[in-house]
Design a protein around this ligand. Structure first.
Ligand code: UCC
Ligand code: FAD
Length: 555
C-alpha cells in the first residue's frame, strides 16, 4: 500500500511573489502611484487567490444553458448562467476592473492601474474578463462618439462599481460570411422614424447575457445603394426582461471558455441606434478593438504568470530522481525560460497600456500615437501565441497531473488557445500591422522611437549591439519586401510582427535590466534580458524565400 500523496500547487500568498509585477511596480511606476495602488492590488490579489478560484471552478462545472421555451411553449431564449459566474462579474464591478481606467484618478497612468487590476483578476475569472473587455471598449466608444443619452444613462452603468447597477456590453461583429473580413457582413439596418431595425445573423456573440451590445450593420434605404457598414448600439431586453426581437439560435459548444456564454443570434427587427458616422462602422469600432486587443494581451500575460507561479510551486514540492524538480538542472532551465517569456509579455503589455493611457488623457504625442497604433496588433498577436506555448509547457511541467481535469490545469491551455483566435487572428493582426504602417511614415516614426529608447541605454554590450543590429535590419525590411511586390510583404507580415515583438520586448527588458541599484535583483533582470535577446533577437528568423510556399503546397 502506497502511503505517498503528492502535495498540489498553491498560489503564493504575497502579491510581489510575481516578479514581473514586482519589478514593474518598483521600476516603471511613479513612486506615488505605487504607494497608492499597492494596498488595493494586495486586496484584489487576496480575492483572486482565495475567493475567485472556487467560483471559477464552479462556473466551469455549471456552464451556461440555453432555455429556448418557457414551460407553456412561449419562446423566451433565456441564457441561464451559474450563480458563480454572476459573482465573478460582481467582483469585477466591485474591484473597478473596468471603471479604474475611466475614473482617471491618476491621469495618464490610470490605464496602467486598471490593467494591473485586470492582470490580477483575469486568471481567476473563468474568462469573465471577456465581458469586461467588451464593456471597456463600448465605454470608450460612447465617450468618443455617444449621444447624450448614451453618455448620461448607459455609460455610468458600464462604469459602475456596484454589481446591482453594473451593465456589461457585447461586441457582435462576426457573421457566418466572415469574422476577419467583416465587409462580407449581411446584417442590414432598416431606418425608421426613430433609429433603425436590424435584420441578420450574428455567428459568435460572447457574454450574450450582457445588457447592451455594439454591432455592425449596413443601412439599407428603399431603392438605395449598398452602403458601407455602420456601428450600432443595441439594448438587448425591454423593461420586462424580454429580448427585443432577438432569437438565440444556440450556444456554441467550445473547446474552452466554457463558463462564458457564446451564442448564435438572429436579429429580427432589433431596435438599434447608430453610433458615430454613417458608413464608418469599421473605423468607429476600431476604438473598441484596440482596447479589447490589449485586454487580450494582458490576459495572456496573466495566464503565463499564473502558470509559472503554479509550476514553480509544484517544482519545489515534487521529487524525482532524488531531488525536488526545482533542483533538477534541466527543469530549472524550463522554468527559467517560462520566467523570461512572462517578463517579456508583461513588458510588452504594460508599455502598450502606458501609451493607451496617455492617448485617453490627451497626453500622447503624434509619434507616440503612431507607436501605439503599430504596437497594439503586434502585442496582441505575439502574447496570444506566447500564452498557448507557455500554458502547454506549464501543463507538461506537472507531468500527467497537468492533463487531468480536476487539477484545474487543463482549462489554462484550453482557454489560452482562444487568445490567438478572437479579436483578430494572428494573420489578420499581422496584416493590420501593415495597415498601420501605411505608406511608411508611421514605420519610420516607430523605428525612430525605439532607436531613441535604445540609444538612451548608453554604450553597447553584446546584447545592446544585437538589438541595434536587429533594429537596423528590421527598419529596412518592409521596403525591401515591398520592392518584390505587395504579396511578398503580406506573406512575411507575421514574421515581421514577430520580429518587432521580440525586438521591442528586448529593448524593454534591457531598460528594466539597467534600472534600479546594483545587486542580486539587477543581476537577475540582466540575466532575463540577456536570455531573451540571445534566444529571440540574435537568431532573428529569415524571411520566407519567394515561391517556397508554392513549392511546398504543390502536389
Ligand atoms: O472576437 C470578438 C470578441 C471576443 C471576446 C473579447 C475578449 C477580449 C479579451 C479578453 C481576454 C480574456 S469580437 C470580433 C473581433 N473581430 C475582429 O477583430 C475582426 C478582425 N478583422 C480585422 O481587424 C480586419 O482587419 C477589419 C475588420 C478591420 C477589416 O475591415 P475593412 O473594412 O476591410 O478595413 P479597412 O477598409 O482597411 O479599414 C476601414 C477603416 C480605415 O480607416 P480610414 O477609412 O480612415 O482609412 C482603417 O484605417 O478602419 C480603420 N481601421 C483601424 N483604425 C481598421 N482597423 C483599425 C484599427 N485596429 N485601429 C484603427
Ligand atoms: P476566418 O475569417 O474565416 O479566418 C479563417 C483563417 O483564415 C484564420 O486562420 C485567419 O487568420 C485566416 N485569414 C483570414 N483572412 C486572411 C488573410 N487576408 N490573410 C491571411 N490569412 C487570413 N466574434 C464577435 O464578433 N463577437 C464575439 O463576442 C465573439 N466571441 C467569440 C468567442 C469565441 C470563443 C470564439 C472562438 C470566437 C468568437 N468570436 C466573436 C469570433 C472571432 O472573432 C472570429 O472567429 C475571428 O475573428 C475569426 O473569424 P472567422 O471565424 O470568420 O475566421
Amino acid at each position: 500500500m502506497s502511503s505517498f500523496f503528492q502535495q498540489g500547487p498553491v498560489l503564493d500568498g504575497d502579491l510581489l511573489a510575481d516578479r514581473a509585477l514586482a519589478d514593474y511596480l518598483q521600476l516603471r511606476l511613479p513612486v506615488d502611484c505605487k504607494s497608492r495602488w499597492e494596498p488595493g492590488l494586495r486586496q484584489l490579489w487576496r480575492r483572486a487567490r482565495d475567493e475567485m478560484p472556487t467560483l471559477a471552478a464552479e462556473a466551469e462545472r455549471d456552464p451556461p444553458e440555453h432555455v429556448p421555451y418557457d414551460p407553456w411553449g412561449r419562446r423566451i431564449d433565456r441564457i441561464r448562467v451559474s450563480e458563480a459566474w454572476r459573482q465573478l462579474e460582481a467582483i469585477a464591478a466591485e474591484e473597478g476592473v473596468v471603471a479604474t481606467a475611466f475614473e482617471r484618478a491618476d491621469g495618464a497612468w490610470s490605464r496602467v492601474h486598471q490593467f494591473l487590476r485586470l492582470y490580477l483578476y483575469h486568471p481567476s475569472s473563468a474568462i469573465a474578463s471577456c465581458p469586461m473587455a467588451m464593456t471597456d471598449g463600448a465605454a470608450r466608444v460612447i465617450e468618443l462618439y455617444g449621444d447624450g443619452d448614451l453618455r448620461e444613462r448607459v455609460l455610468p452603468r458600464l462604469l459602475s462599481c456596484e454589481p446591482e447597477s453594473f451593465w456589461t456590453a457585447g461586441q457582435w461583429m462576426t457573421e457566418r460570411s466572415g469574422g476577419s473580413d467583416v465587409s462580407r457582413s449581411e446584417t442590414v439596418a432598416l431606418p425608421e422614424e426613430q433609429g433603425y431595425r436590424l435584420h441578420g445573423v450574428k455567428w459568435f456573440t460572447s457574454a450574450t447575457t450582457s445588457q447592451v451590445a455594439m454591432t455592425l450593420a449596413r443601412v439599407k434605404e428603399r431603392g438605395g445603394e449598398d452602403e458601407k457598414l455602420s456601428l450600432f448600439f443595441v439594448e438587448l431586453r425591454d423593461a420586462d426582461g424580454a429580448l427585443r426581437n432577438i432569437q438565440v439560435n444556440r450556444l456554441k459548444d467550445k473547446l474552452g471558455t466554457r463558463a462564458l456564454p457564446t451564442a448564435e443570434l438572429t436579429l429580427a427587427g432589433t431596435p438599434a441606434r447608430m453610433v458615430g458616422e454613417r458608413g464608418r462602422g469599421v473605423a468607429t469600432i476600431s476604438s473598441i478593438l484596440n482596447i479589447t486587443r490589449l485586454y487580450n494581451a494582458c490576459c495572456a500575460a496573466g495566464y503565463i504568470g499564473r502558470g509559472l507561479m503554479l509550476a514553480t510551486d509544484y517544482a519545489r514540492k515534487r521529487q524525482a530522481f532524488g531531488r525536488a524538480l526545482i533542483d533538477q538542472p534541466l527543469h530549472r532551465e524550463t522554468l527559467a525560460d517560462l520566467t523570461v517569456e512572462h517578463q517579456a509579455a508583461f513588458q510588452l503589455v504594460f508599455e502598450a497600456a502606458r501609451l493607451l493611457g496617455r492617448d485617453e488623457c490627451g497626453a500622447i504625442s503624434e509619434d507616440e500615437a503612431a507607436v501605439l497604433r503599430l504596437l497594439t496588433p503586434v502585442v496582441k498577436l505575439y502574447t496570444g501565441k506566447q500564452a498557448v506555448a507557455a500554458c502547454s509547457e506549464v501543463l507538461e511541467a506537472f507531468g500527467g497531473a497537468g492533463y487531468v481535469e480536476d487539477t484545474g490545469l487543463p482549462s489554462l491551455l484550453r482557454d489560452a488557445q482562444v487568445l490567438s483566435i478572437w479579436e483578430g487572428t494572428t494573420n489578420v493582426l499581422s496584416l493590420d500591422l501593415l495597415r498601420a504602417m501605411g505608406d511608411g511614415e508611421a514605420w519610420q516614426t516607430f523605428t525612430g522611437f525605439w532607436q531613441a529608447r535604445l540609444s538612451a541605454l548608453g554604450a553597447g554590450d553584446e546584447s545592446l549591439n544585437a538589438l541595434a543590429d536587429e533594429l537596423e535590419a528590421l527598419a529596412r525590411w518592409p521596403q525591401a519586401l515591398l520592392a518584390e511586390g505587395e504579396a511578398r510583404l503580406q506573406a512575411n507580415a507575421r514574421q515581421l510582427a514577430y520580429r518587432i515583438a521580440r525586438l521591442v520586448a528586448g529593448i524593454l527588458l534591457a531598460e528594466q535590466a539597467r534600472a534600479g541599484d546594483e545587486g542580486p535583483a539587477r543581476s537577475r533582470r540582466e540575466a532575463i534580458a540577456g536570455r531573451w535577446i540571445r534566444q529571440h533577437v540574435m537568431r532573428g528568423p529569415a524571411g520566407y524565400p519567394a515561391d517556397e510556399a508554392e513549392r511546398i503546397l504543390s502536389l
